[in-house]
Design a protein around this ligand. Structure first.
Ligand code: THU
Length: 160
C-alpha cells in the first residue's frame, strides 16, 4: 500500500481585466450568453463560451425545466451544440460565468461533475487539452490548462 498525491494547478486572476485579450473576449461572450439563460427555478444563470479551432465561438446557457432533472447546464448545452454543428473541430478554450438573482456570486464557479465528465470525452477525443476559464459574476477568475486537470481518476471509454 502506498499513498499517492495528485497535484493540479490553476492560475488565479484577481478579475477579468487581468485576462489576455483573447480570454477576456471569450469570457465576455460567456457573460452575454449567461444573460439569456432560462433559469426561472434556481435563479442561477450560467453562460458558457467555447472557442473552436476554426475560430468559431459556440455559446450555451443553462436551460431549466419544471421537471427539474430535465434541465441542462450551460456547459453541456454549449459542448453538444459544438459537437453537433462542428463535429470533429477541436475546442481550444471554454469560458464560464455564473450569476444569481438571489445572491452575489463573487467566487469562481467551476463546471459541475457531470459537465466535467461530458467535456472530458471531447478533450480525450481531440487529443489536445482545452483550457477552462471560470468565474462568478464578479471577482476572481480561475484558468486551468486542461479539462482533465479538473477530473482526477476520470472514467473514459478505454475502460469499456
Ligand atoms: N448549472 C450550470 O449551468 N452549470 C454548472 O456547472 C452548474 C450548475 C446550472 C444548472 C441549474 O440550472 C442551475 O445552474 C443551478 O444548479
Amino acid at each position: 500500500m502506498k499513498k499517492i498525491e495528485i497535484i493540479t494547478s490553476a492560475t488565479l486572476y484577481n478579475d477579468i481585466s487581468e485576462l489576455s485579450t483573447e480570454d477576456k473576449a471569450l469570457m465576455s461572450q460567456a457573460i452575454e450568453s449567461r444573460e439569456t439563460a432560462y433559469a426561472p427555478y434556481s435563479k442561477f444563470s450560467v453562460g458558457a463560451a467555447l472557442l473552436l479551432d476554426n475560430n468559431k465561438i459556440v455559446l450555451g446557457n443553462n436551460q431549466e425545466n419544471a421537471a427539474y432533472p430535465s434541465g441542462m447546464c450551460a456547459e453541456r448545452v454549449a459542448i453538444w451544440k459544438a459537437g453537433s454543428d462542428f463535429p470533429g473541430v477541436k475546442i481550444k478554450k471554454l469560458a464560464i460565468s455564473a450569476s444569481s438573482k438571489i445572491s452575489k456570486v463573487d467566487k469562481p464557479i467551476g463546471p459541475c461533475g457531470a459537465c466535467r465528465q461530458t467535456l472530458s470525452e471531447y478533450e480525450i477525443n481531440q487529443k489536445e487539452p482545452m483550457e477552462v476559464i471560470f468565474m462568478g459574476e464578479y471577482g476572481e477568475v480561475v484558468k486551468t490548462n486542461s479539462l482533465l486537470s479538473l477530473l482526477p481518476f476520470s472514467f473514459d471509454n478505454s475502460y469499456l
